[in-house]
Design a protein around this ligand. Structure first.
Ligand SMILES: O=C(O)CCC(=O)C(=O)O
Length: 255
């Protein structure tokens, strides 16, 4: 494990932007094994007829619980580092990965407009909340430029979304984000394999087409506060409800 503690600067950046990026955090055999597994799945098991389902849920569904894929989160130091965001609360066990691939242009892959995950998803009933506390994404391939299928996020958008959920949204409605968020391009995560992004659940994000010749592949880990099911609805309008130390920092300026 290469790092053990979040810095004060990282805590404050996460509060302001809702996003942290760690360059080259996952490396060596942990990274290589997972990349090989996913690339092998793409060349040998990918079924083009299921592209929409893969895009809505996960590519390589048979790898979601694979130990070498889960190692990206559990054996790289990420679980300890990211878990510190919730201290002294603890996270629920992370037992699944989601693989998201943006195929090179030419594939008829649906784009994803600005959204926050698990709220009014097109493939879920509107009343089903499938939220979590934050997401960790590990870049496995691609993302060399903004138009290469990169994730785009709205820095600080968690504040706007909390306000939207508090004042302009009701459980069950179809609209995922307000118009001012929907209209934004977002900041592209331009990255290399092994780079990591941590995003507060409320940060709106999107992905577009991949004009490069390289598939853009991410492994995502959804991390929840251990009591998330009880807190989920209130957490939509209170960004720090599940982050006790950050809530204290927001109130007083010191932890
Ligand atoms: O493909 C990505 O990087 C993001 C996918 C996404 O936003 C989602 O699955 O909800």
């Amino acid at each position: 494990m290469s790092r053990t503690l979040l810095t004060d600067d990282e805590r404050r950046r996460f509060m302001t932007d809702g996003v942290l990026i760690w360059r080259g955090l996952v490396r060596g055999t942990v990274l290589d094994r997972a990349r090989t597994l996913v690339n092998t799945w793409l060349s040998e098991a990918y079924d083009p007829a299921r592209l929409t389902a893969y895009t809505e849920r996960s590519f390589a569904p048979d790898l979601e619980e694979n130990a070498d894929v889960l190692a990206l989160y559990h054996q790289s130091g990420l679980a300890d580092l990211a878990g510190e965001l919730l201290q002294p609360a603890v996270t629920a066990p992370v037992t699944r990965a989601q693989i998201q691939i943006r195929l090179p242009h030419g594939a008829e892959q649906p784009v994803k407009r600005m959204h926050v995950d698990g709220v009014s998803c097109p493939h879920l009933e509107p009343r089903d909340l499938r939220t979590f506390t934050f997401i960790v994404g590990v870049v496995l391939d691609g993302s060399a430029s903004a138009d290469a299928g990169a994730l785009h996020y709205v820095p600080g958008g968690h504040h706007r979304m909390a306000d939207y959920f508090a004042n302009d949204w009701v459980l069950g409605q179809a609209a995922q984000t307000p118009d001012d968020i929907d209209a934004q391009d977002g900041t592209a995560l331009i990255a290399k394999p092994g780079d990591v992004v941590v995003m507060h659940h409320l940060v709106p994000h999107r992905v577009g087409i991949n004009t490069s010749s390289t598939p853009r592949t991410m492994a995502y880990f959804r991390v929840s506060h251990a009591q998330h099911s009880d807190l989920a609805l209130r957490a939509l309008s209170d960004p720090w409800l599940e982050y006790p130390a950050l809530a204290q920092l927001a109130r007083t300026g010191s932890s």
